[in-house]
Design a protein around this ligand. Structure first.
Ligand code: IVH
Length: 669
């Protein structure tokens, strides 16, 4: 081997390992750590080396595969027509080449094309037979994808039955996205609950569709844009530009805005116009797709190995700006994790002002060689979360300071450790006030025990005044004890006490989630609650037993075991019980297609024996949807006492109205 070959072999091995790791993060965890652009450049470098040193090309190289492994927890569905991907480009020159190429292949013909938004979400394929939704699947490897029918059914825009004269068979293709505003709200909530944040709306959408529990999916602000068809029978459309209207007529939310063009100039003009307006769309876009309009011409152009010759995707650059890194501060989280945060000179990126950005951990800072005082490049990945992508080392004046992670907790001064195999540093003093505050905030948060009035400010006071020293102390609070608090009148104290009282009977999964066990998120909590059905049983479970539960891996199992090995935590659980916390254990059934709930839309109104949210959850868990207003699409109105105008509307529209007793009968099957 020559020295050059040796060097190439080394780099190829390194690139493969890196790409595999990024694939795993992208496809399996839905949490990538690099931008598409950076990924594309690693991939291109590998492909280039493999073509120059053909002896290094192997069939198991990431360049020889498309997409990730489908998740095994979902049933698999074979697509009727394969789901292909598009050639991507970041250059206008390649768009020009694309049009020149198809003109060469179809000489002396006019070739109108359509330019439409490239929605940055998750590709899905839905199958309708005689107008009824049969199933929905992810793209998977292009041939076989995950069966995500129950999750897709929770999206309001997805029709269960098609309107008007429906074709015999229709495989419809589209992109599930997370609404940009909803995404920001979701991340705000996750930040409070100290759950890992989604990097951008696409990952949030992907992460949502991967949930095994449709009830969680139903709470996520998802939408779909449909842009095409796969296999069809009884569909007679000859132009792509007519498909949007065709889909709309059937009841789909199809692409609203598109352009037609028959020259390179017009194509580029459309691409620029789209770039100007795309920020106003509710979904995130990362490019423009250019497609030949006439299906007959498409057929003659055909495909290359991976993608059609009749289409190309032009990707827009993510917006980047420079600013100064004023400082790096360290935040202490609920589980003690120390997170370095960049304090930036405020700067406008993609329409909003950014003054902070997470730096993840010390390794990341070292790897990028980020120093305090540096001029840094900020990118809003997916237009939403700011990240420091690079440092302008050439702009250094010599006074920049290297950052070192503190060797003691910046809040309590306690010892910090680095867990084996983890990059994060943690403060291990469980009495650390920063951790305690975060733990209580998390326990009381909307996603957990949902105690209204127990927010950041209130928790701050309770901890400072030593009224609360651990989570269970919440249930020892009295009006008398709280009378010393600032800005708290009798009425607000009364309200808070009532909210605390209410929380005692929340579902068990909320209590488990609320304990804030490291790595135990919402879906693991639901799985644990369903399996053990009592906190005591969970407390006694061994790591092996825990690992047999879906959604619980080795790390989670060990973390739970460790949590309950701590005497303090066991005591706290006992104390919760003594103080009257009696979580509800819900019967959970897997929604089946023939259940009367599957695919039905409900409105819940009036006063019922429990809060309406609880009823909504029961409906969702059985495969139904819940909406806030009565319309022709409503299947049932569940009406309690004093139902008001919704009942009148339902009667007027002929919607079936159920009282609680009948509803409960229906639940019982
Ligand atoms: S057409 C054969 N149109 O981009 C062409 N795809 O890399 C099939 N996408 O897997 C795709 N918006 O997930 C098409 N308006 C659009 C799109 C779009 C987003 C995604 C889709 C596909 C990927 C192609």
């Amino acid at each position: 081997m020559t020295a050059g070959e040796k060097q190439a072999a080394k780099r190829v091995a390194q690139l493969r390992e890196e790409i595999e790791e990024h694939n795993r993060r992208y496809y399996e965890e839905a949490a990538p750590t690099i931008s598409d652009r950076q990924y594309d450049s690693l991939y291109a470098e590998l492909a280039d080396l493999e073509s120059r040193f053909s002896q290094l090309a192997t069939p198991d190289s990431p360049t020889q595969r498309v997409g990730g492994k489908p998740l095994t927890a979902f049933a698999q569905i074979e697509h009727r027509a394969p789901m292909l991907s598009l050639d991507n480009t970041y250059s206008e020159e390649e768009v020009t080449n694309f049009y020149a190429r198809i003109t060469r292949l179809l000489p002396n013909e006019k070739i109108p094309v359509v330019i439409e938004p490239k929605v940055d979400g998750v590709a899905v394929s839905l199958l309708y037979e005689n107008g009824a939704l049969r199933y929905a699947a992810t793209r998977g490897d292009g041939t076989v994808g995950d069966d995500i029918t129950q999750n897709i059914r929770t999206i309001r825009e997805v029709p269960e039955r098609l309107r008007g004269a429906a074709p015999k068979l229709l495989e419809v293709r589209g992109e599930v996205y997370m609404d940009k505003r909803g995404f920001e709200k979701l991340n705000e909530e996750r930040e409070k609950a100290e759950l890992p944040l989604f990097a951008n709306p696409r990952n949030a959408a992907a992460g949502s569709l991967k949930q095994l529990d449709p009830a969680i999916v139903a709470q996520r602000p998802l939408g779909v844009v449909f842009y095409g068809t796969g296999a069809t029978e009884g569909v007679d459309v000859d132009l792509h530009s007519k498909i949007f209207a065709f889909l709309k007529k059937l009841g789909f939310s199809a692409t609203e805005k598109f352009w037609r063009a028959d020259s390179v100039e017009k194509i580029l003009k459309a691409i620029h116009e789209l770039d100007h307006i795309r920020r106003d769309f509710p979904f995130q876009t990362d490019g423009a797709v250019v497609k030949v309009d006439a299906l007959a011409q498409r057929e003659r152009l055909g495909f290359t190995a991976k993608s059609p010759r009749w289409a190309i995707a032009y990707k827009y650059e993510a917006e980047r700006v420079e600013t100064r890194l004023i400082d790096i501060v360290v935040q202490v989280g609920r589980t003690g994790t120390l997170t370095p945060v960049a304090v930036l000179e405020p700067v406008l990126v993609s329409g909003s002002t950014v003054s902070r950005a997470t730096l993840h951990n010390e390794d990341e800072i070292k790897r990028k060689d980020i120093r305090i005082g540096d001029t840094v490049v900020i990118e809003k990945a997916g237009e939403v979360i700011p990240a420091v992508v690079a440092v302008k080392t050439e702009a250094r004046a010599g006074k920049e300071k290297k950052f070192r992670m503190p060797s003691a907790c910046p809040v309590c001064g306690g010892k910090v450790v680095k867990d084996e195999g983890q990059v994060a540093v943690r403060c291990i003093n469980s009495q650390c006030p920063a951790q305690l505050k975060r733990r209580i905030e998390h326990f009381a948060s909307r996603g957990a025990m949902d105690i209204e009035g127990l927010g950041e400010m209130m928790v701050e006071q309770l901890v400072r005044r030593a009224l609360v020293r651990e989570v269970s102390d919440i249930y020892t609070l009295t009006a008398d004890k709280m009378s010393i608090l600032e800005r708290m009148g009798e009425k607000s104290i009364g309200n808070l006490l009532q909210a605390i009282e209410h929380s005692k009977t929340r579902p068990l999964w909320r209590l488990i989630f609320g304990l804030g066990i490291l790595h135990v998120g919402e879906s693991a909590s639901r799985a644990l609650a369903e399996h053990f059905r009592s906190l005591k049983k969970l407390m006694e479970a061994s790591a092996e037993e825990l690992q047999r539960i879906p959604d619980v891996g080795e790390v989670v199992a060990r973390s739970i075991e460790q949590f309950f090995q701590e005497k303090r935590n066991r005591k706290m659980v006992e104390r919760l019980e003594q103080l009257g916390v009696r979580p509800q254990i819900e019967p959970r059934r897997v929604p089946s297609a023939d259940s009367p709930f599957a695919g039905s839309t409900w409105v819940v109104t009036g006063t019922l024996s429990e809060p309406r949210d609880g009823f909504a959850e029961m409906i969702i868990q059985r495969g139904g949807k819940v909406s806030t207003s009565v319309s022709k699409k409503t299947s049932y109105l569940l009406a309690g006492e004093e139902p008001g105008s919704k009942l009148a509307k339902a009667k007027q529209l002929g919607v079936r109205v159920l009282d609680e007793a009948t509803f409960r009968k229906m639940l019982a099957g």
